[in-house]
Design a protein around this ligand. Structure first.
Ligand code: ADP
Length: 247
């Protein structure tokens, strides 16, 4: 009991430390560049334009962080109501790919949709689109220019799987189990700039998939890419086995 209380307290302290750390970097940039405009260090219009764009970008980052934190808090508290509707994963994957194709194109990444003929499942289409957007977006982010991202589907008995595969650098085996932890980022020190995330995306995605009675897993061969797999129970809302399951 004492052990459990201690570990909860440690968890809360870590969480606060992580949130503070994630907020500190953008706030420092915002303050610095606003100061440069105020005190005239950013004297010409080009320097002012640059300062304003950094402030804009970093405040966007803070907004995304707060949105993710609120989403996680609601998921934790069980305050999120999931739709319990028929979802056509074939159409859903096509829609998400369509939305991300521009970003893939900017990096000349071949974004391939190999999903077809998947049976219908029951769940919340918007939330599942959020998961696939996160996975495909990560895949594009981590794949070098000219690489490839492939989405495949697999319908096996009472389960449906969607794989997101990339030709990026992969994830070291000792870090692989940790990437679903809140705030965990591989190679945190080396990353920066526009594509920098907060390490909450996969934690949120896993919560959403688990709320559907499914699993979200990752596999990777370092140097040869990563594969993220969403496994969901197949079946329509009318199935008696499903109505007993709480999504
Ligand atoms: P974020 O993308 O905001 O950093 P995520 O929770 O989405 O947070 O991902 C956590 C970490 O997992 C990332 O920082 C990255 O190091 C690693 N990761 C996720 N997807 C991939 C991928 N496709 N290839 C390599 N590393 C990945």
């Amino acid at each position: 009991m004492v052990e459990r209380v201690r570990s909860t307290q440690q968890g809360q302290r870590d969480f606060v430390a992580n949130v503070s750390h994630e907020m500190k970097t953008p706030l420092t940039s915002i303050q610095g560049f606003a100061q440069a405009i105020l005190d005239g260090t950013a004297s010409d219009s080009q320097a002012q334009q640059h300062a304003a764009s950094v402030i804009h970008e970093e405040s966007g980052r803070l907004t995304r962080l707060v949105d993710d934190l609120l989403d996680l808090a609601r998921l934790d508290a069980g305050q999120v109501t999931f739709a319990h509707a028929e979802v056509d994963l074939n159409a859903l994957v096509a829609r998400v790919i369509d939305r991300l194709s521009l970003r893939a194109g900017e990096k000349s990444i071949q974004l391939e949709n190999g999903v077809r003929g998947l049976p219908a499942i029951t769940g919340d289409g918007d939330r599942l689109a959020q998961v696939l957007t996160n996975l495909i977006d990560n895949a594009i982010k981590h794949t070098p220019v000219g690489g490839r991202v492939t989405i495949r589907g697999e319908g096996r008995g009472d389960q449906v799987r969607v794989h997101v595969e990339d030709s990026g650098p992969g994830i070291p085996p000792d870090e692989l189990p940790r990437i679903f932890e809140r705030f965990y980022q591989v190679d945190k020190a080396r990353r920066g700039g526009e594509g920098r995330g907060s390490g909450l995306g996969l934690a949120i995605s896993r919560e959403i998939v688990q709320a559907h009675g499914g699993r979200l897993e990752a596999a990777s061969a370092p140097g040869r890419g990563s594969r993220f797999t969403v496994t969901l129970p197949a079946g329509l809302p009318s199935d008696s086995t499903l109505s007993r399951r709480k999504p």
